[in-house]
Design a protein around this ligand. Structure first.
Ligand code: PGA
Length: 259
């Protein structure tokens, strides 16, 4: 029998808000969620300077947890301006790794993504590993090849136990922030490929436990058919996550689909 995985909704606030607005957003979310029993797990990923205050604002409730948007792949060293896992660990339970915007900004390679994943796991922080194809790769029919390579490299780096602790986000790069989305069945097919590759390496059990979420232009109005697909365990939401009412609606749609 297929295993039931808890749905996951992750809000990536990117660099969209001021510090003040990030605090207002977390307070508004708390209000929306007050008195609700969430069946989904909800994570918000503010900017680095807001991690501590957002963590503090969420201190007495368990419905939402905090994640970082990225982290350096080494624990410490002479890296001016970089942020280490040691800086994050008091405040976060989650961290996005290898978001395409970070890969663009810093030239982060798949190898660095995998090193970062292993480092976070050693520190007890759940990595949300982002992968997916560019528009050119999709047009050249290379989606399967690209995603297969990314997953196989990841599977070389992490062991069986570690793999069951992380989350994979399939984010077609062309869908991020563009308003464009793949057909839900198409996205789900690629996510199924990820799960099959995991099963081949670590067995059915591990692959059944792994949560795989979809990301790219998710909105309340578009999320339902994605999370209705088998094997889609939730969503990574960017732009729409900074609007508390919209984000709350997304959470509800995801919960309804999983019910
Ligand atoms: P978007 O971003 O929802 O604004 O497309 C997704 C992401 O950055 O993960």
């Amino acid at each position: 029998m297929a295993m039931k995985r808890r749905p996951l909704v992750i809000g990536n606030w990117k660099m969209e808000l001021s510090a003040k607005a990030e605090l207002e957003l977390v307070r508004a979310l708390k209000k929306h969620l007050a008195g609700q029993t969430l069946t989904a797990e909800v994570v918000v990923c503010p900017s680095f300077p807001s991690l501590a205050p957002v963590h503090e604002a969420l201190a007495r409730q368990t419905a939402i947890s905090v994640g970082a948007q990225t982290v350096h792949w080494l624990e410490k060293g002479p890296w001016t301006g970089a942020v280490s896992v040691l800086h994050l660990s008091p405040y976060v339970q989650w961290c996005i790794v290898g978001h395409s915007e970070q890969r663009d900004l810093t030239g982060m390679s798949d190898d660095e993504v995998n090193q970062t994943t292993a480092l976070l796991l050693r520190h007890g922080i759940t990595p949300i590993v982002c992968l997916g194809e560019t528009l050119e790769e999709r047009q050249a029919d290379q989606t399967v090849a690209k995603v297969t390579t990314q997953v196989e490299q990841l599977l070389q780096t992490v062991n069986r136990v570690a793999l069951s602790k992380l989350v994979i986000a399939y984010e077609p790069i062309w869908a991020i922030g563009s308003g464009e989305m793949p057909e839900p069945a198409d996205a789900a097919g690629t996510m199924l490929l990820v799960r099959k590759l995991v099963a081949q390496r670590f067995g059915q059990d591990v692959s059944e436990r792994l949560r795989i979420v979809y990301g790219g232009s998710v909105k309340a109005a578009t999320v339902a058919p994605f999370v209705a697909e088998p094997g889609v365990d939730g969503v990574l939401v960017g732009g729409a996550s900074v609007h508390p009412g919209e984000f709350f609606d997304i959470i509800q749609r995801v919960q309804e689909a999983a019910a």
